[in-house]
Write a protein that binds this ligand. Structure first.
Ligand SMILES: CC(C)(COP(=O)(O)OP(=O)(O)OC[C@H]1O[C@@H](n2cnc3c(N)ncnc32)[C@H](O)[C@@H]1OP(=O)(O)O)[C@@H](O)C(=O)NCCC(=O)NCCS
Length: 190
């Protein structure tokens, strides 16, 4: 995959050989997101070790290419500490959905938000999907929150909402919005 860049930020696909070394840092990003109140499948208490364990549990899927993990680095470094964001592409496995992939675990560390990192990650994940002949992206997020605004802003369409779908990190039931984007449709301006 060609790397996606903007000044100061680079996005790249993580090779299976590098994945394990990145798990502790990915755990930091996940714990930060849970503490920030984000709906990313976990409830408090949740710390960096819990986050690392989550990512380590996916090692086999990453190695097999069933999950494609992208990371964004800022500041020019190439070590784990330079990783400030991540997103995962999960190609659908059923034969009748060979054109579809889920987008999961889009996370940008709080210290690096509102600088376009997630936008760059989502452009890269769309490029990666296209390169694997996946032309339909699907995902879900907390309904009516900033994440939904983000995805709508980059061209995703709302398919529908389910009330009371999942608990927030503090245990409150929240609705979920399901969104999709056809990559063969014209991209939004900007
Ligand atoms: C959602 C998230 C990934 C956005 O990352 P980011 O790098 O800050 O996003 P960008 O800088 O690319 O934002 C692009 C645009 O999306 C919208 N947006 C992003 N975050 C927003 C927020 N908190 N509130 C309102 N709009 C927001 C804005 O229009 C923004 O453009 P602007 O900064 O010029 O106004 C980040 O807040 C995050 O990691 N949240 C916790 C994890 C999470 O909820 N992930 C989604 C799981 S489905």
């Amino acid at each position: 995959m060609p790397e996606r860049t903007r000044p100061g930020c680079t996005v790249a696909l993580v090779g299976p050989e590098d994945y394990r070394a990145l798990c502790p840092r990915l755990g930091v990003l996940l714990a930060d997101a849970v503490r920030s109140g984000a709906g990313v499948n976990f409830v408090l208490p949740f710390d960096e070790a819990d986050g690392e364990a989550y990512w380590r549990g996916l090692d086999e899927e990453v190695t097999a290419g069933r999950r494609l993990v992208l990371v964004a680095r800022e500041g020019g470094g190439d070590g784990p500490q330079a990783v400030v964001g991540t997103v995962t592409l999960v190609p659908a496995t059923m034969p009748n959905q060979a054109h579809r992939a889920d987008v999961a675990k889009l996370l940008v560390h709080r210290d690096h938000r509102r600088r376009g990192v997630a936008t760059l990650l989502m452009r890269a994940v769309a490029g990666l999907a296209r390169s694997r002949d996946r032309t339909l992206l699907t995902l879900d997020c907390v309904a009516d929150g900033p994440e939904e605004a983000f995805y709508r802003g980059i061209g995703f369409t709302v398919a529908g909402r389910i009330p009371g779908y999942a608990r927030s990190p503090s245990g409150v039931l929240e609705g979920a919005t399901f969104l999709y984007r056809h990559l063969d449709a014209p991209a939004p301006a900007g």
